[in-house]
Design a protein around this ligand. Structure first.
Ligand SMILES: [Cu+2]
Length: 133
């Protein structure tokens, strides 16, 4: 018995190799699990121009987040959104009226502050708490 002819054996080996490669690629670039996916938290500046967001509290799970803040202000005030806490301090682009500011971060369990980094807006009350758990 010589087993499978050499050509047939190499074809089987090739198919096995392709199947293994496909499984590897699906594992690497396949749909992310919910733990890995980025959470989007939405926020809105006050449309009348008051120094406040529409929320004072946001919640998220540990992981990657994007805070998306729309600025519907009819008063002409620019706004932005920032996040601070647990050795993190960063803010997104300044959004003119009608625009959107985004800030991305990776957060751990704990409490952060979100705020508007424009002018004195944070001191004026444009801030809130992000709870991660
Ligand atoms: Cu502001």
């Amino acid at each position: 018995m010589s087993g499978l002819p050499a050509v047939r054996r190499s074809a089987v080996a090739l198919i096995a190799a392709v199947a293994a490669l496909v499984l590897l690629l699906v594992g690497v670039w396949g749909p992310p699990s919910s733990a890995q996916s980025r959470q989007t938290l939405r926020l809105r500046a006050d449309s009348e121009g008051a120094l406040k967001f529409n929320k004072t509290r946001l919640r998220a799970r540990p992981g990657r987040i994007t805070i998306v803040m729309t600025n519907p202000s009819t008063s002409g005030k620019p706004h932005a959104v920032g996040i601070e806490g647990r050795r993190l301090d960063r803010h997104g682009n300044v959004a003119q009226p009608g625009g959107v500011s985004r800030v991305r971060a990776t957060v751990r369990r704990g409490t952060y502050e979100f705020y508007c980094p424009v002018g004195n807006h944070e001191a004026g009350g444009m801030k809130g708490t992000l709870v991660v758990r």
